[in-house]
Design a protein around this ligand. Structure first.
Ligand code: ATP
Length: 244
């Protein structure tokens, strides 16, 4: 990458007993880049991501995220990143506004900043009266859009998205990706795992993990050329599933 790197990973490794879940990952991600982190189920993506967001200690190796070492400065890493996952996101039993207030408080924002951010977020998403609806009553696609915006409340430098669009239709996923691009254009770095190969095509670069190791890392265009196929789905099948 020519750009300034905001994530630098060197030989990052995680073992559970004698099983190596993440095996000497080495890569960089540039500021404002949309970086796709792919792999089949059990390849080690979540384990790697947990180390990068400072909630799991590496067994070996190093990672610097948003200017801080994940091993020695995990709290500063957490302050400078946003995280959204399908599994862990908003509270269904709070309204949209209440979720914004709650998470704004967790991120340490002042009451006046939370009010201003809340208004901006509601306006930007065109939520209007829905802001007082319980999150549990929203369609999944809306929940995901709100969760994404909430994960950006504290102006993080990087946002980690763990299968953010799971289970929603292609049109809603496309709208979600428009939000992703908007943030990337503002300089926010996007680190995203997905199982949808059309989404892999939208990334600036994609890494593909197989059994704990990165087997390929390049732009979608270069990967398709390298594997002489016409889609990221076929690249993925060749690598992750070993199918010709
Ligand atoms: N705490 C743990 N103890 C033991 N093994 C674990 C632990 N966490 C993960 N693993 C194992 O590490 C491997 C990688 O798991 P991980 O969840 O990182 O994969 P993944 O690529 O995120 O898969 P998925 O797409 O299904 O979420 C799996 O074999 C999993 O069983």
């Amino acid at each position: 990458m020519n750009k300034e790197n905001i994530i630098t990973v060197k030989n990052l490794t995680k073992t559970f007993g004698d099983f190596t879940a993440v095996d000497k990952l080495t890569f960089e991600v540039g500021k404002g880049e949309v970086f796709g982190f792919l792999g089949a189920n059990g390849a080690g993506k979540t384990t790697a991501m947990k180390m990068l967001i400072g909630i799991s200690k590496p067994t070996q190796g190093h990672a610097n995220v948003a200017g801080f070492d994940v091993l020695t400065h995990a709290e500063q890493v957490k302050m400078n990143i946003g995280y959204m996952s399908q599994r862990f996101s908003l509270y269904n039993d709070l309204t949209i506004k209440e979720n914004i207030t709650f998470f704004g408080g967790i991120y340490g924002l002042t009451a006046s900043t939370i009010r201003a951010k809340s208004k901006a977020l509601i306006d930007e998403l065109g939520l209007g009266k829905m802001a007082d609806f319980l999150v549990g009553s929203l369609p999944l696609g809306w929940k995901q859009k709100v969760a994404f915006s909430v994960a950006l409340l504290h102006n993080p430098k990087i946002i980690f998205l763990d299968e953010p669009t799971g289970g929603v239709d292609p049109i809603t996923r496309r709208q979600f990706w428009e939000m992703i691009y908007r943030e990337a254009n503002r300089g926010v770095t996007i680190f995203v795992t997905t199982h949808y190969m059309d989404e892999a095509e939208y990334c600036d670069r994609v890494s593909i993990m197989v059994a704990g190791k990165i087997e390929a890392l390049d732009t979608p265009k270069n990967l398709k050329e390298q594997y002489q196929v016409d889609s990221m789905n076929k690249v993925f099948l060749k690598l992750a599933r070993n199918v010709d």
